[in-house]
Design a protein around this ligand. Structure first.
Ligand code: VNL
Length: 393
């Protein structure tokens, strides 16, 4: 007969078993990354995965006594997939952290899942300013388009560029780039004479570039996402825009290190502003680039790789700081330990602003030059510790 005493004992045993089981489970710290491994943004997934694996190879897969397990899911940069995968990772895999997110719509789609489940979500690629406002659990290690666009609008008028046409991909980051470049250029006495937006999916730049040729501005300012820059460069040169005296300028997404070396000498002299160049002359970056290339058949890391590499560091350090004894830190404890982190990245010193959960970092002005027979974005000026100008708070 199940007397109250026996019931109590049975329950106690069951509870102990559950606790033991949970503890065994608890010893695995799961990081679920959602990345575009296929489709138009696949180069971003490839770069981030390579960087994340390098970070783990260099730093081990045990942190504060917890075994790190990495799970990578391919969303092909489609937001409904991103959302479904985020839900699956949280509910079925019980991941401790979500991360990755190659494009803005993917990050925005997953944001409510992070909020509802109190799971920190580390954005390693997507760069629309407003993403960090979509959930209090979002932390960003990439960059924002306003952050990198304003510096170029400060540089341009001092360098003979007053009349500009902007050409951007027609979604979040492109609209941010267009707006903040325009505002700052106008403030500096320059003028945006035309603002062109191209579709994100399968863009044909030809008719837009023809229009720019007819307007004949001092420069064309371009934002397209990582992976699309080579097509813009090719068509810009094919149309002889450079010969017609139109300079090409943009955010560093256009002269992406993933593609730059294959763009040919026509890219020489293109000035961009961005937070990372593979040729950033620090000891830490030299080591990073060398190790990355060695582990990836000579592939050069781009700004996406650095976002992934630093994202892993933020997660590792948050776990180290918040783990107490055998228990696994809660999402809230992890998040608290992500806020305010400050450390040297291959791009320079970075800081996760505790108020905005967004990254504060140097922005560099760079010019495409040839070094040892290869094309690089060579840094020639730096604006230190730039906050996202898109934050109104
Ligand atoms: C985004 C921004 C994507 C910048 C990018 O490449 C990029 C985004 C895939 O926020 O969607 O270079």
């Amino acid at each position: 007969m199940l007397t109250p005493k026996r019931l109590f004992l049975a329950t106690a045993v069951a509870l102990t078993l559950t606790a033991n089981w949970a503890q065994a489970q608890d010893n695995t710290f799961k990081i679920g990354l959602i990345l575009p491994m296929t489709g138009q943004q696949a180069s971003t997934g490839r770069q981030i995965e390579a960087a994340v694996r390098l970070y783990m190879a260099q730093n081990g897969d045990t942190v504060a006594g917890k075994k790190i397990q990495l799970i990578i899911k391919d969303d092909a940069a489609t937001p409904d997939q991103s959302k479904r995968l985020a839900q699956d990772l949280v509910v079925n895999e019980k991941v401790n952290v979500l991360g990755g997110f190659g494009v803005t719509p993917a990050a925005l789609a997953a944001a409510p899942i992070a909020t509802q489940s109190k799971t920190p979500l580390v954005v390693m690629a997507a760069a629309t300013s407003s993403i960090t406002d979509a959930s209090p659990y979002i932390v960003r290690t990439s960059f924002t388009l306003p952050q990198v666009s304003v510096s170029l609008a400060d540089w341009a008028p001092k360098n003979g560029i007053k009349k500009v046409v902007t050409l951007v991909s027609d979604y979040g980051p492109g609209i941010d780039a267009e707006k903040f470049f325009n505002q700052r250029l106008t403030f500096n006495g320059g003028q945006v004479v035309e603002s062109l937006r191209v579709p994100l999916r399968g863009p044909d730049f030809a008719p837009f570039l023809q229009k720019v040729r007819d307007i004949k501005p001092d420069a064309l300012f371009v934002f397209v996402p990582s992976g699309a820059g080579a097509a813009v460069m090719k068509q810009f040169l094919e149309r002889g825009m450079d010969k017609a005296g139109i300079r090409l300028i943009g955010t560093g997404d256009v002269t992406d290190d993933d593609q730059l070396n294959d763009m040919g000498d026509g890219a020489l002299g293109v000035v961009t502003s961005h937070h990372y160049s593979a040729s950033h002359p620090s000891a830490m970056n030299k080591k990073f680039v060398e190790a990355f290339q060695k582990a990836n058949k000579g592939m050069r890391p781009n700004f996406m790789a650095v976002g992934g590499y630093d994202g892993m560091r933020v997660i590792y350090e948050a776990l180290r700081a918040s783990a107490k004894g055998a228990a696994m830190p809660t999402g809230d404890a992890l998040l608290a330990s992500m806020k305010g982190q400050i450390f040297e990245s291959p791009r320079g010193q970075i800081f996760i602003d505790a108020q905005t959960r967004d990254i504060v970092q140097n922005v560099y002005l760079r010019k495409v030059e040839k070094k040892d027979g290869q094309l690089y974005n060579v840094e020639f000026d730096v604006i230190k510790d730039v906050k996202d100008p898109g934050k109104t708070r």
